[in-house]
Each structure stands twice: as structure tokens, then as C-alpha cells.
Design a protein around this ligand. Structure first.
Ligand code: FES
Length: 140
């Protein structure tokens, strides 16, 4: 049912933890399953120099957040903004259809952390204008 990559990231998740004095902190939750994902970003000159996460949730959510952190580390804000839940799932060699919403949590956690960064630093990030945290991940 799960790809080897999903199992591998679930067993050995990358970038777990917190960043002290993070430049952006995002927290998202799925109202239906109750799973919660928190993401911390360290940003220097528009580049995500460090990222850590904590996920209280299912295995697919843990694997998705682990993969998502790997995908945005060292990338620019713009590049991180372009990462979709589908890209995360694809990088994991797929997720079962009923688990696709878990990857949505990872995409939302990144955007939520970037939104926090943009508010704290009064910077504008393209594409965040219509970001709606209240959107139900199951609808995707
Ligand atoms: Fe809730 Fe996976 S079941 S995020």
C-alpha cells in the first residue's frame, strides 16, 4: 500500500524538531482527523537556510512533512511557494488516494510559515494573497 520512500521517511524523518528564533512558524491542522503539523523556517536573503517540523499525525503526514522540508531547504521563497502537495506526494513515489490529503497538510504548513514570515517582516509574497488556511484539505 505504501511506497518504500514513504516508509523510509516515516521511519527516519528528516529535519524533525524546532528552530529557536525561527523567522516564520506555521501551524496547520486537519479538522477531520485532528492531525497537526508545525513548521519552522529560518530565512536569510529570501532563501530558506533551515527548516524543521513537528507533526502529530499519521504516517503519511510525517513522511510528507519530512519530504517537504527536504524539498524547500536551500530554496528561495518563490521556489518554496511553488511546491504543491502533488509534488510532495510524487517525490514520495505516490500516496494512496485516501492519504492524499495528508500531503496537503505539508503544502499548507509551508505556506502558513511563509505567511507568518511575511507578516512579521512586512514583506509581500506572491501567491499568498488568496491562501486560505481554513480550506478543508479533504476537498483537494
Ligand atoms: Fe490526518 Fe493523514 S490522516 S493527516
Amino acid at each position: 500500500m505504501y511506497s518504500e520512500k514513504v516508509m523510509e521517511h516515516f521511519k527516519n524523518p528528516r529535519n524533525v524538531g524546532e528552530i529557536e528564533n525561527a523567522d516564520g512558524i506555521g501551524e496547520v491542522g486537519n479538522p477531520r482527523c485532528g492531525d497537526i503539523m508545525k513548521m519552522y523556517l529560518k530565512i536569510e536573503d529570501e532563501v530558506i537556510v533551515d527548516v524543521k517540523f513537528k507533526t502529530f499525525g499519521c504516517g503519511s503526514a510525517i513522511a510528507s512533512s519530512s519530504m517537504a522540508t527536504e524539498m524547500i531547504k536551500g530554496k528561495t521563497i518563490e521556489e518554496a511557494m511553488s511546491i504543491t502537495n502533488k509534488a510532495v506526494a510524487k517525490a514520495l513515489d505516490g500516496l494512496p488516494p485516501v492519504k492524499m490529503h495528508c500531503s496537503v497538510l505539508a503544502e499548507q504548513a509551508i505556506k502558513s510559515a511563509l505567511l507568518d514570515y511575511s507578516k512579521k517582516n512586512n514583506v509581500h509574497i506572491d501567491g499568498l494573497e488568496d491562501f486560505d488556511l481554513t480550506e478543508d484539505p479533504h476537498e483537494h
